[in-house]
Design a protein around this ligand. Structure first.
Ligand SMILES: Nc1ncnc2c1ncn2[C@@H]1O[C@H](COP(=O)(O)OP(=O)(O)O)[C@@H](O)[C@H]1O
Ligand SMILES: [Mg+2]
Length: 482
């Protein structure tokens, strides 16, 4: 065993097969996993056939991957003319050996595909087929003796497609029974649902949702798509946020929590405002300490309005554990505090504390604005940590929200990065919605039962993550997302 290492793991390169549907691939890290079986479900007219054909045509024309389209329609002539409307000349592709459209009964198809060396396998060999679309598997149901047999057949089909190395789309007509999707979702590697939805009474909107995609991080939620003259075009949800264009070339501010930075594609965007929505039980101090330590280490300056949960002593200790001296930083005028509770600060930090206890709201605002103004005149980047809960508790909800939009606009304009702590459940849905709109990103953390969770629910790059479990660790940053 030369150089064998017990930690060596065999990395199996899993290829990616682009779908050819603009906007869809970005929802799943570039496309379908190679060789996977994907179920596409939807009611009649949602665009399943179009999606399947677009996948094959793109493979044939752009990726050099030949494909087979299996239809159970007796006369597929209509299909050829329908697809021509999207600019896809199926006959031409067939003549080039890049595509086959096969029309046969479901029974015969199954009979042929299960047979090694049968008609279907021959066709696959003939054109070196890499992709297949079966339109639709719902028709197998009628051939099967019962539910048991239907399932066995689907399972067998899935295994054969895998063995043949085909990246497959199995189209499924949306049934009336909701629960009947269970088995299909279970046996397939991916499950995509197409829907036609009523919107604002008189409009209808088509939405696509990826419910499952093995080995891929997916962008969750319903994404709107349109049928255009070039086929299906999908608009990833939240890509309307104005920041996308601005984000190009924008610096990222890492939080120091590895998984969170990955979700945020490098970290918090410089010049942006993020909300940290937390319920009272959730422990957020490690995240805050980690963000602050990272900024300070990178040479930034910090202005912090600490919550009652995160005491100056806590922060002092946590920064020390990260090798930073709060006293030194205060002396270098790189860290400042806005203090509402007249809490004691470590001796060497006292010069950095702006005590606002007992100040009227007007006076408070004046002092803070003046301080921020003075800070900006200096050099370097600023990071602001602002506990909105404290401001709400001490100065009232009206005051806190009234100035919020203006303040965050100012912060953005000055290219400062700000993290705002608040508790959506305490401030109510209206104010929460307002704050959410005003901010560039929202990170949520909450406790449910024995676990704490964290999720990115809004970010300038449009990414919405699934909820992660927060685990505390003994080393900086003292937390981890699982
Ligand atoms: N160029 C086009 N622009 C807009 N809609 C189109 C265009 N071509 C076809 N359609 C619509 O696309 C739908 C066809 O979708 P199709 O893929 O056949 O759905 P399914 O297979 O789910 O029944 C129809 O509702 C049709 O009206
Ligand atoms: Mg169809």
């Amino acid at each position: 065993m030369i150089g064998a290492n017990k930690y060596d793991v065999q990395v199996i390169e899993m290829g990616t097969v682009p779908t050819g549907v603009r906007g869809l691939d970005v929802l799943m890290d570039g496309g379908f996993p190679q060789g996977s079986t994907i179920m596409v479900e939807g009611a009649p007219g949602t665009g399943k056939t179009t999606l399947g054909m677009q996948f094959l045509v793109h493979g044939a024309m752009k990726d050099g991957e030949a494909g087979i389209y299996v239809t159970f329609e007796e006369f597929p002539d209509q299909l050829y003319s329908d697809m021509l409307a999207f600019g896809w000349d199926l006959r031409k592709l067939e003549a080039e050996g890049a595509l086959r459209v096969i029309s046969m009964s479901p029974d015969i198809f199954i009979e042929q595909i299960v047979e090694p060396g049968g008609l279907v396998e021959k066709l696959i060999r003939q054109i070196d087929c890499k992709r297949i679309v079966i339109d639709s598997i719902s028709l197998f149901r009628y051939g099967a003796a019962g539910e048991e047999e239907h399932r066995r057949m689907l399972y067998r089909l899935r295994n054969i497609l895998r063995r043949l190395g085909l990246t497959s789309i199995l189209i499924k007509e949306r049934g009336t029974m909701r629960e009947e999707s269970g088995f299909e979702a279970y046996i397939s590697d991916g499950f995509i649902q197409l829907q036609l939805k009523q919107q604002m009474e008189k409009y209808r909107v088509r939405t696509l949702e990826i419910l499952k995609m093995r080995g891929r991080r997916i962008r969750e939620g319903e994404h709107v798509y349109r049928l255009t003259d070039n086929g299906i075009r999908l608009i990833p949800a939240r890509s309307m946020v104005e920041d996308l264009a601005l984000l190009n070339g924008q610096e990222k501010v890492p939080t120091g929590v590895a998984m969170l930075d990955e979700l945020l594609e490098g970290g918090l965007a410089q010049g942006s405002v993020y909300l940290l929505d937390t319920n009272s039980k959730a422990n957020y101090k490690y995240l805050i300490a980690s963000v602050l330590a990272n900024r300070l280490r990178a040479g930034d300056k910090v202005l912090a309005l600490l919550s009652s949960f995160l005491t100056p002593q806590d922060l002092h200790k946590m920064l020390a554990l990260q090798g930073l001296s709060m006293g030194e930083l205060a002396k270098e005028e790189r860290i400042f505090f806005i203090e509402h509770y007249t809490r004691p600060y470590p001796k060497d930090c006292e010069s950095s504390v702006i005590n606002v206890n007992g100040l009227s709201n007007e006076k408070y605002r004046e002092v803070v604005q003046e301080k921020i103004g003075a800070l900006v005149e200096g050099s370097g980047n600023w990071f602001i940590y602002y506990d909105l809960n404290t401001v709400i508790a001490e100065r009232g909800k009206d005051f806190a929200t009234k100035h919020f939009a203006e303040d965050s606009a100012g912060v953005k304009a000055l290219c400062m990065t700000m993290m705002v702590l608040c508790n959506f459940s305490e401030i109510g849905p209206e104010v929460s919605a307002f704050l959410e709109r005003t901010c560039n990103g929202v990170i949520r953390t909450w406790v449910d039962g024995a676990y704490q969770y964290m999720q990115v629910t809004k970010s300038p790059n449009g990414i919405i993550s699934e909820p992660y479990v927060v685990e505390t660790t003994t080393q900086a940053p003292f937390m981890k997302l699982i």
